[in-house]
Design a protein around this ligand. Sequence first.
Ligand code: PEP
Length: 253
Amino acid sequence: MRQLLIAGNWKMHGTRASAARLAGETLQALDASTDRDIVVCPPFVHLVEVGRAIQGSSVILGAQNLCAEEDGAYTGEVSGAMLRDCGCRYVIVGHSERRALYGENDALVARKFMAAQRASLTPILCLGETLEQRRRGQSREVVTRQLHAVLDAAGIAAFGQATIAYEPVWAIGTGNTATPEQAQEVHALIRSSLAAQDAKIAAAIRLLYGGSVKASNAAALFHMPDIDGGLVGGASLQAQEFAAICRAGAASI
Ligand code: PEP
């Protein structure tokens, strides 16, 4: 059975002090149960502080982005090795905000995915269609294209050390959560696309759902056969709510 994974995307909020406080509150709010993996992804400049706050706990440190290059004259960028050096084990790759606001295309996302793995980080690869694409009936086509861009570049074996998050853009930060059935349909598509190349890797990979996950809808989502956890934005900034999402997951598995 796949172990549930819940990742909190803290986005660009707060100060070093407030991030450390949130980490502490999150630890306090979580119960001692370890039957799920919990990852928190603060902004780059809060990583060390948050890493210190969660040291010795089972909560894992992740980052929100990385550079596709390894080292050198890339002003303003942060490499996978730097993130690893700060204590990260996971990194979000291809978040829809990066794709929409910073021009990250499928090819760049694939390069970032591979850069993460070269640095021994597990990428959380985000895929998802916009509202317009869904209305046009293109959800499956868009997600398949985004997935294959990485599959073709990195190869199926790379997905043995990766996590995928299906995040419909229309559900992120909007309060419009996909129904469990809508999410399951796309998750099943992702898993079967991977299974066409390697059934074992497809069966083992964790597929997270992201988009307005809350304590009130988490259990129903996590109960679906191909949903193995969540990528949580807004609700991860409230320790009690995030902990309740983590508990909902634990209770439904
Ligand atoms: C996200 O930022 O990846 C996300 C899913 O945000 P929210 O949970 O706020 O919709």
